[in-house]
Design a protein around this ligand. Structure first.
Ligand code: PGA
Length: 257
């Protein structure tokens, strides 16, 4: 990971863990990785129902809290939804937006992701915007146009000053939860394309400052090589973040003692 950008390692617990189980896992993770927060930012994103219990556990810890989704309206008749202010006041600093599972199973379009991003920034959160191509899109040679289309749409109308609070996650859909990781070269290639877009469509400062995480079957044995790539600034970790030891090994991957 590059000196110019602080590493960012995010645990996406998805729909796993009750409040008590989440608190137990957060406690175990905290004991193992608190010291690493000197070198990297570490974030835990439990389900909404566990934000409170995990916040309590992390109260004296440098590990930050994040949510996995939000609604773009500030309040109203939206049964089952949660606003940016509700997340922020529950102790979250970060929020994951546009995850491929949201796009795939809950019909989230680029326009929805753009609205959510604007709402998150307005509330003062630090959003993590996910982009990624399906296997079919990759095999058709459309990877770059797909991820850049998602990025362009998400950032449409967002002032460059606000982008300093946004990080990106490149998550190839074919690598999520499949055990099939993108090679370090494949990840680096797409990360470099994303950064180049930021450079030309925004400016050098935005391009250099924006953190781009890789996500998709990151494990303790492939994390160091991925994180060593020039444009890879950390990871968004699903399955391997549900085990404290494996998540800690990923957080510490490539850090010289
Ligand atoms: P995975 O999930 O690490 O289980 O592949 C990553 C993600 O979906 O964020």
């Amino acid at each position: 990971m590059k000196a110019v950008r602080r590493g960012l390692i995010v645990a996406n617990w998805k729909m796993h863990k009750t409040a008590q189980e989440a608190a137990d896992l957060a406690r175990a993770v905290s004991a193992l990785v608190a010291d690493s927060c000197t070198f990297r930012d570490v974030v835990l994103c439990p389900p909404f129902t566990s934000l409170h219990s995990v916040k309590e556990v992390l109260s004296d810890s440098p590990i930050a809290l994040g949510a996995q989704n939000l609604h773009w309206e500030s309040e109203g008749a939206f049964t089952g939804e949660v606003s940016a202010a509700m997340i922020l006041t529950s102790g979250c600093r970060y929020v994951i937006l546009g995850h491929s599972e949201r796009r795939q199973f809950f019909g989230e379009t680029d326009e929805v992701v753009r609205r959510k991003l604007a709402a998150a920034l307005k509330a003062g959160l630090e959003p993590i915007v996910c982009v990624g191509e399906t296997l079919q899109q990759r095999e058709a040679g459309n990877t770059n146009s797909v991820v850049l289309g998602q990025l362009e749409s998400a950032l449409d109308g967002i002032p460059s000053d606000d982008i300093s609070r946004v990080s990106l996650a490149y998550e190839p859909v074919w690598a999520i939860g499949t055990g099939r990781t993108a090679t370090a070269e494949q990840a680096e290639e797409v990360h470099a394309v994303l950064r180049k877009w930021l450079r030309y469509e925004r400016d050098e400062e935005v391009a250099e400052a924006t953190r781009i995480q890789y996500g998709g079957s990151v494990k303790p044995d492939n994390a160091a090589e991925l994180f060593a790539q020039e444009n890879v600034d950390g990871g968004l970790i699903g399955g391997a973040s549900l085990d404290a030891d494996s998540f800690a090994a990923i957080v510490n991957a490539g850090i010289d003692p």
